[in-house]
Design a binder for this molecule. Sequence first.
Ligand code: SF4
Length: 200
Amino acid sequence: MTTRRTAPETHPGTRPAAFERLRRLPVVGRAMDWGLGPSAVSPETKRAGARIAGLKATESVCPYCAVGCGQVVYTRGGELVNIEGNPRSPINQGTLCPKGSASRQLIQQPGRLTKVRYRRPGGTEWEDLELERAMDMIAERLIDSREAGWQDVDHHGWRVNRTLAFAHLGGATLDNEENYLIKKLWTAMGAVQIENQARI
Ligand code: SF4
């Protein structure tokens, strides 16, 4: 635990005017304030105010990896303005790695893909697909794979009632409830290869 240095207590009313004028010189003021306090703030900075002043702050979790760093998400009228590390999180204590620091780009990166992209078998070009159509195609392929790869018994003749034709790999941003439901769904469909990125 480090102890933060604070500026020594001062009593401006007891000082002569010449001393106060001298103190207002930046180099003198900063030396007397130990580099902290009001003398360390320029008039421009004071005028501009804090970048996050007046914004709505919402606590969240970084979506990228299994470390699960806490974030504070700042919004103005529902519009994302800033994301930074949450000092209340015991995991990251206000810090974020470079990837987590850039997580605002997950929403506001101009090059971000916002449509499903599909390259059909044998195709050489990507096509846009409506989300609903893409979901239907995934469901059709899943059912076909399950039926084509279903095993009642294994090669020893033991009953297994499973398919090795598909597997599921979850991401680190899935929470406990989502993982629970995913495991239930895929096990019910007969999958045995069900993993999560956080365990690998
Ligand atoms: S800030 Fe970095 S280390 Fe923390 S959860 Fe996000 S990606 Fe992982």
